[in-house]
Design a protein around this ligand. Structure first.
Ligand code: PMV
Length: 320
């Protein structure tokens, strides 16, 4: 019982922030994201009666911090009376730094585990299980542009646009590779209980989702840019007004935002978004990619720039 999977992280344009059910880890709002093809997590999952406990290795280092979350996720696919597993994970981008490494990790984990037991479950079920471990991971189960909807007791994912239909590009300006100071789950909990803007954030999300869907349907870049930046800044306003405040930005993140606003004024098709970490993601049309990457790399405090095309759903194979 051994399988390999490769999955890509995703970044939300219409964000998820807040949970409607903490125990099941169900999001409080629908969301919409881009799957990033040039960033990946490779995962090997090997179940064997020869192991005396679950073991996890991330980028060649044994990891005891995340093992209980990983074990719970494996239980949800394989059952609690399964053999122990050896899990080897490799990621080509900074972990827990606001680049959604948990989205590629948990989607790769559920896909590999499912393949190891003979592909019992479909994509929707796997998305639910990945989502129970990390809300954003459910969206990494599909490629291109993806929507996540809340259903009565669960979630549902669907692809809004394939990679080929609208091949957007994403430039990631890394401004700090350190792990974030507070996890998104902890921060969301604090936001729900203390930000005076939280309820308005929840109540306005559907309007942003409709706007985002329409922009994607019509491949209207300006419209997608406007709603995505607005939604991102609303989520960060909720974070900033949480008690104690949750501030993931640094000076370089703000400098990048200003630079992107300047480029917009000179006609570049680009917009920014930012998650639970100080990295800026600039979404653009292919023809603008080189110029925007160059400009962002020149900004004070930007450590490096990564470029990504949109990516596909996870791939997996059984290892004999
Ligand atoms: O998947 P989590 O629990 O790490 O939460 C991610 C939340 C944001 O990245 C900030 C927004 C989103 O929709 O991905």
């Amino acid at each position: 019982m051994q399988a390999f999977a490769k999955a890509h992280p995703n970044i939300a344009l219409i964000k998820y922030w807040g949970k409607r059910d903490t125990a099941k880890n169900l999001p409080a709002v629908d969301s919409l994201s881009l799957t990033l093809g040039d960033l990946w997590t490779n995962m090997n999952v090997h179940f064997s009666s020869s192991y005396s406990r679950d073991q996890l290795e991330i980028n060649n280092i044994a990891d005891d911090q995340n093992i209980s979350r990983v074990s719970r996720c494996l239980d949800s696919i394989v059952g609690k009376s399964r053999p122990f597993a050896n899990i080897i994970s490799e990621c080509n981008f900074p972990i827990a730094a606001g680049l959604a490494s948990s989205s590629s990790s948990f989607s790769a984990l559920v896909v590999a585990a499912n393949n190891a037991i003979g592909n019992k479950y479909d994509t929707q079920l796997l998305a639910s299980q990945a989502g129970s471990a990390s809300g954003s991971a459910a969206r990494s189960m599909l490629g291109g542009i993806v929507e996540l909807n809340n259903t009565q007791n669960d979630i549902e994912i669907k692809q809004l646009s394939s990679v080929e239909r609208w091949p957007l590009k994403v430039i990631i300006a890394i401004t700090n590779k350190e792990k974030k100071s507070i996890s998104s789950s902890q921060a969301m909990k604090l936001s729900a209980s203390s930000s005076p803007f939280y309820s308005s954030w929840i109540n306005n999300q559907e309007a942003d989702m409709s706007e985002g869907r329409l922009a994607i349907k019509n491949k209207d870049f300006e419209r997608l840019a406007a709603v995505s930046e607005h939604n991102c800044l609303k989520m960060h306003s909720v974070m900033w007004t949480t008690r104690p405040s949750v501030i993931y930005w640094n000076e370089a993140s703000l400098n990048c935002m200003h630079a992107i606003r300047e480029m917009q004024k000179t006609g570049e098709a680009v917009f920014f978004t930012m998650d639970a970490g100080p990295q800026i993601k600039a979404v653009c049309l292919p023809e603008n990619e080189a110029k925007i990457a160059q400009r962002l790399s020149e900004i004070k405090g930007v450590v490096c720039v990564m470029k990504s095309k949109l990516g596909y759903a996870p791939i997996s194979r059984v290892i004999k």
